[in-house]
Design a protein around this ligand. Sequence first.
Ligand SMILES: *[C@@H]1O[C@H](CO)[C@@H](O)[C@H](O)[C@H]1NC(C)=O
Ligand SMILES: *[C@@H]1O[C@H](CO)[C@@H](O)[C@H](O)[C@H]1NC(C)=O
Ligand SMILES: *[C@@H]1O[C@H](CO)[C@@H](O)[C@H](O)[C@H]1NC(C)=O
Ligand SMILES: *[C@@H]1O[C@H](CO)[C@@H](O)[C@H](O)[C@H]1NC(C)=O
Ligand SMILES: *[C@@H]1O[C@H](CO)[C@@H](O)[C@H](O)[C@H]1NC(C)=O
Ligand SMILES: *[C@H]1O[C@@H](CO)[C@H](O)[C@@H](O)[C@@H]1NC(C)=O
Length: 585
Amino acid sequence: MDVSWFLPKLSALVCYLLLVIAALNSGGENGAVEARHRIYPEYQTLHAVTVKQAHRTGYHFQPPKHWINDPNGPMHYNGWYHLFYQYNPKGAVWGNIVWAHSVSKDLINWQALPPAISPSKPFDINGCWSGSATVLPGNRPVILYTGIDTKNRQVQNYAIPANASDPYLREWTKPDDNPIVNPGSGVNASAFRDPTTAWFEDGHWKILVGGRVKRRGMAYLYSSRDFVHWTQAKHPLHSVRNTGMWECPDFFPVLKSGANGLDTSVLGQGVKHVLKVSLDLTRYEYYTVGTYHPNEDKYVPDNTSVDGWSGLRYDYGNFYASKTFFDPVKNRRILWGWANESDAVESDVQKGWAGIQAIPRKIWLDSNGKQLLQWPVEELEKLRGRNVHMSSVKLNKSENVEIKGITAAQADVDVVFSFSSLDGAEQFDSSRVNAQDLCSERGSGVPGNVGPFGLLTLVSEHLEEFTPVFFRIFKGNDQEKHKVLMCSDARSSSLKSGLYKPSFAGFVDVDLSDGKISLGTLIDHSVVESFGAGGKTCITSRVYPTLALFDKARLFAFNNGTETITIETLDAWSMSRPVMNQALI
Ligand SMILES: *[C@@H]1O[C@H](CO)[C@@H](O)[C@H](O)[C@H]1NC(C)=O
Ligand SMILES: *[C@@H]1O[C@H](CO)[C@@H](O)[C@H](O)[C@H]1NC(C)=O
Ligand SMILES: *[C@@H]1O[C@H](CO)[C@@H](O)[C@H](O)[C@H]1NC(C)=O
Ligand SMILES: *[C@@H]1O[C@H](CO)[C@@H](O)[C@H](O)[C@H]1NC(C)=O
Ligand SMILES: *[C@@H]1O[C@H](CO)[C@@H](O)[C@H](O)[C@H]1NC(C)=O
Ligand SMILES: *[C@H]1O[C@@H](CO)[C@H](O)[C@@H](O)[C@@H]1NC(C)=O
């Protein structure tokens, strides 16, 4: 192949993740060596005959049918946003995974192209798993992905556009000098996947690949001058004991101040770095904010970031295998994450589909330097239709205010709540470190002082079903004036049994001195995706109402605390449907 394709210079890469862990061999078309995605041989190649509409989303990313998981290789190239994703073309459960491919001008309306990468060569014959894209100098995109080879080893491969003049990059070539990264000595070939977008630094391209040694999670570091020959660094960029397999690492710079994004290769004084990993053992992610020391090939999290299972999460709900990319058009960094289903596998088979991508979010460093902020990309506002506006509405204890006049099952809501005093707030018990446990004990029906207050989404006619998204404010101890809990509680979301209905929750590190807190919620039939305090704490719930469907769904603001809460302002919009993965000619 033409190595000049890879001549190094500064630019952005895209990455792809690899999420799963399976390989082949247990008899069926796909068996599992170690599969966090359970293998259902009987459903794996069962094409959906009909696609059930009841819980399909109106404006979230999903293909017309079948299973999806990790977002892969997001990038902007020649006027188009590309999103690849792990997809089963043959059924509604995990298996037969290919890199499905869609393009968009605005991140909201999507058109579907044929799969970009499918198993076909010795180095990926048993699977084409997650990875990333990098746009090399000279505007040349390259995909790095994990292939499962003939020996069921996880190896890292590259693919390049078959025809760089094709505006959609429909076809991708997997050159014969693959794989370009083999599991090296000391690397477990069954736990070695999900290459990141490459960054360029001091004459070298660098990437991370996720792994583990025993229970220690690892971000292996590799470098290359030509993008084809890669050398493993002496030690991983970072590793943490007792965190298990690190899937889908993501490593990128953020500005210390301001909301603009940075090309993945940017280094320097005004910059911090973020390392995110997806924990295969727990199926959630965490990230740290820290300092990258390129000369020592080291990343050191700040002492304000917890580096382990209880670290910060992008999202405290159904959100996994996420990946960011730099969007040069609007100078922002955008986060994609997969929101899996919370219903039974049999229901997925009946529905004919499973999995969506969460709304792409702009992501940047909070001015406190300790965490990231996230907000749906502004393009989403194009879908806003009919609006309801409220202001200065008082909510006494046990009062609900209905928000009428919009499509409550497919809506966007932005609200600012205020309270006059925190004096009576309940004392926080500092032994309660687990937000989700606290939320399940103190749900929306457990009266408090300041809160619970928030939104009641996907509510059925007589309140048999509802998904509350709310805050509860506690008095803090010592250094913390108060402690804010945010919950998205699925327990009453559906009369149906056999569903996963967790009380997802996170704490919100927010200054309440102005007596206000905001909540943004995107409601989309079976998704409630919420952004607390301007995107400090985000929670995505998947829910399956049986009554609160379509025009039967209602929406309320509520308060179940003794302190009166005021809706300072509330805007709710009906959301229209974008073009969602129609085949492009
Ligand atoms: C490459 O794409 C361009 C633009 O779509 C097209 O005109 C050309 O025929 C393609 N070349 C090949 C070899 O397919
Ligand atoms: C290698 O990884 C696989 C899959 O995670 C695991 O089952 C196996 O025990 C690991 N081997 C070693 C030597 O750690
Ligand atoms: C955390 O690090 C900062 C410098 O980065 C230092 O000033 C501070 O004392 C450290 N705090 C603790 C608790 O170690
Ligand atoms: C809320 O409480 C205040 C004072 O306790 C009362 O004046 C007001 O009427 C109540 N609002 C409603 C809607 O009941
Ligand atoms: C508020 O509390 C009352 C009494 O516990 C309960 O009946 C009602 O369902 C609660 N509201 C919400 C939204 O949970
Ligand atoms: C999403 O589904 C729920 C319910 O089945 C599981 O508990 C989660 O582990 C799963 N999440 C991921 C990332 O696979």
